[in-house]
Design a protein around this ligand. Sequence first.
Ligand code: PLP
Length: 383
Amino acid sequence: MLNFDHAASTPVHPDVIRTIAEVMEAHSGNPSSIHRGGEAASKLLERSREVCAAALGVKSGEIVFTSGATESNNLAVKGALLGRTDGKVHIVTTQIEHSSVSESCRQLEAFGIETTYVPPEADGTVSPDKVLAAVREDTALVSVMHVNNETGAVQPAAEIARRVKERSSRILTHVDGVQGFGRLALDLNAAGIDLYSVSAHKIGGPRGVGLLFVREGAKLFPLLSGGGQEGGLRAGTENVASIVGAAKAFRLAAEGQAERFEKMKRLREKLVREVRRHEALTLTEPEHPAPHIVHFTFPGLKSQVILHTLEELGVLVSAQSACSAKTEKPSRVLSAMGRKRDHATSGIRFSLGDEHTEEEIRLLSEALERTVDRLAPIEGRKR
Ligand code: PLP
């Protein structure tokens, strides 16, 4: 099978698998225990925190380990709003965020918190001016993702954070960095980003581990109460072995970012040329595309039909984001971009990974050609 669904999850890097197995075998201590076994686990945990901090260019005390980016996003959004006593009850976000951000905002609305959802432009990019225009006196948080997981549109997250901070240093800025980290450079300090979510399984780490960068001084209300782990922000015994493995994956992702960007960009351009050859397909063309995502629609057909045809031909891809893949509803992101229903129900995402080669792009292109040949006549289309 050819896996072109790396934005959903990546294979775990062999070094990461080895590391996790070694730590699991050698360390059974709880990092909060004060005996030798606990201390050894605690050292591994703190060393991993340093490694992650270095990968992000921040301080180790600013890293909170979580169960993944869904939790990181929940902690950033809910944690920034709950328990405030300063009357700041407003969030600015966008209509194209991952559901872990948008659903967190929706939940907060039940508690009297207001959210402004800024729409994207037709190419899937959010305008910094529109985000800034939505900021109010009572805004507590601005949350804008770095790379949209469906279309691959790179968002001006750094510019937005910088301008929000210029407007008021008290507003917290959050960036969901899941699809950008390890693929695009982003200087969290220069941009004035306070909160940044990352997930290990999108860059060669294990599923079920993520982190939230919380800038020193940024106050969050913890969502999990208990033993006060993770600086009091995330109670629960840490998954030490997986965190050590995730730290390795974050380090490898950060070190290889520039090279990965160039390689993926080259492969993406080839793939884009292939998609463009087919009249039946409409390429989604963000102003700034991420190097690992190619998105197109096949109007008149359902995403699932296209996806399963590709699967029969040996290629794994996604329709909408992996979490929304099982629904036949029009894509929320494409609808927000103003795409008509026949486009919003027929999106397909190819996403590239580290191991992909030109030969695999050629095989994918062949499978795409056969898919179009097979399906276009169904809708009375000719290439
Ligand atoms: N944010 C974005 C942009 C994503 O693409 C994903 C995963 O698809 C998430 C958040 C959630 O990450 P996790 O699977 O680690 O919960």
